[in-house]
Design a protein around this ligand. Structure first.
Ligand SMILES: [Zn+2]
Length: 337
């Protein structure tokens, strides 16, 4: 399932404030949620667009025009319209279009539940005069797209309002997570790199194992000019390549063979206690000889790492200028070959 782009719609805006209560104005919170969501999709390198980025009044027709303009009226476009509920109730709900199924909505609610939000339901709403059409224009007038309205909670219910104020950013990220999961996207490891004097796009691309073209695309750069201090999104493709998603019929043995490693190493790297794999499970693949670094995991010792990599503790210490045996989780070690 491809993902052409994500349109984030901050509900209401300008003269249309939406609901308000308990210190929340709907149009402001939907904008804050939308911005957090936008930043995260951007960080992940996923094409994303916001219908409004300021406190702007948008008519329904202008809103739908912007939605359809962003990436076209395509089934591989996800539209997320953010709202805060009112009218007495508890928790989050998602309304999806008559043309879509419930899968994305269900995932969104699951992810919101993980962030501690109460879950109400997902549902479709049919028009009152024409029951063959969607009730909400955001579904009705955005044909082919996968459009959902997310109501994060009830601002007129004190407990919901308190949770919203505290957690809205996490709720935004939870929705991003649901979209990634729904589309089967494994996020690349992304990070920011700050441009230093003398840097070139080519040099930076090389450093991060990527290409100038990809860097330009990821950062929406139209030229090769860089400014000192400029922050660039970079992806570490080496890390991406080191993750394998289990397919139907795979065994640890077949995967080990494929990647020129051993079942033992795979089990150790992934903290597996059995040989059982499930389809879709992500496995870290021990890096091959060319990419000889290792990221320290919980429970690792220099001795276990040395053994796993067929080397010695002292060789690792020399290669990494280590003066003690103490490791920290997440530390990157050069593994001498
Ligand atoms: Zn609303």
């Amino acid at each position: 399932m491809a993902l052409k782009g994500v349109v984030i719609d901050a509900g209401h805006g300008g003269t249309d404030g939406g609901a308000s209560g308990n210190g929340i104005v709907e149009k402001n919170m939907t904008l804050d949620i939308s911005k957090a969501m936008y930043d995260e999709f951007k960080r992940l390198g996923i094409p994303v667009y916001m219908t409004r980025t300021t406190d702007e009044t948008l008519s329904p027709s202008e809103r739908t025009r912007r939605i359809l303009n962003a990436f076209g009226s395509d089934k591989d476009v996800v539209v997320i319209s953010n709202h805060i509920n009112a009218g007495g109730g508890n928790g989050a709900e998602v309304i999806y279009a008559l043309r879509n199924d419930e899968k994305l909505s269900s995932k969104i609610l699951n992810e919101l539940a993980k962030e501690g939000q109460t879950i109400r339901k997902y549902y479709q709403k049919r028009g009152t005069t024409n029951s063959n059409k969607d009730y909400y224009f955001i579904h009705r007038d955005t044909p082919n797209t996968e459009a959902v309205i997310v109501e994060y909670g009830f601002l007129d219910t004190k407990a919901d309002a308190d949770r919203l104020k505290k957690n809205y950013k996490n709720y935004a990220l939870a929705v991003v997570e649901a979209v990634l999961d729904y589309k089967g996207i494994v996020p690349e490891q992304t990070d920011y790199y700050t441009v230093k004097a003398g840097d070139t796009l080519y040099g930076i691309a090389r450093k991060f194992g990527t290409t100038v073209d990809k860097l330009k695309k990821l950062n929406n750069l139209s030229s090769n000019n860089l400014a000192i201090g400029q922050k660039l999104l970079v992806t570490d493709e080496l890390q991406e390549e080191g993750v394998y998603t289990v397919q139907k019929g795979d065994t640890l043995y077949s995967i080990a063979k494929k990647y020129n490693t051993t079942v033992d190493k795979l089990m150790m790297m992934n903290n597996l206690s059995t040989n059982m794999l499930s389809v879709g499970q992500k496995l870290v693949i021990p890096e091959s000889v060319g990419l000889n670094t290792y990221i320290v995991k919980s429970g690792d010792t220099l001795y276990s790492i040395a053994r796993m990599n067929n080397t010695t503790v002292s060789a690792i210490k020399i290669a990494n200028n280590l003066t003690s045996d103490i490791l920290s989780i997440g530390q990157e070690l050069i593994i001498p070959s």
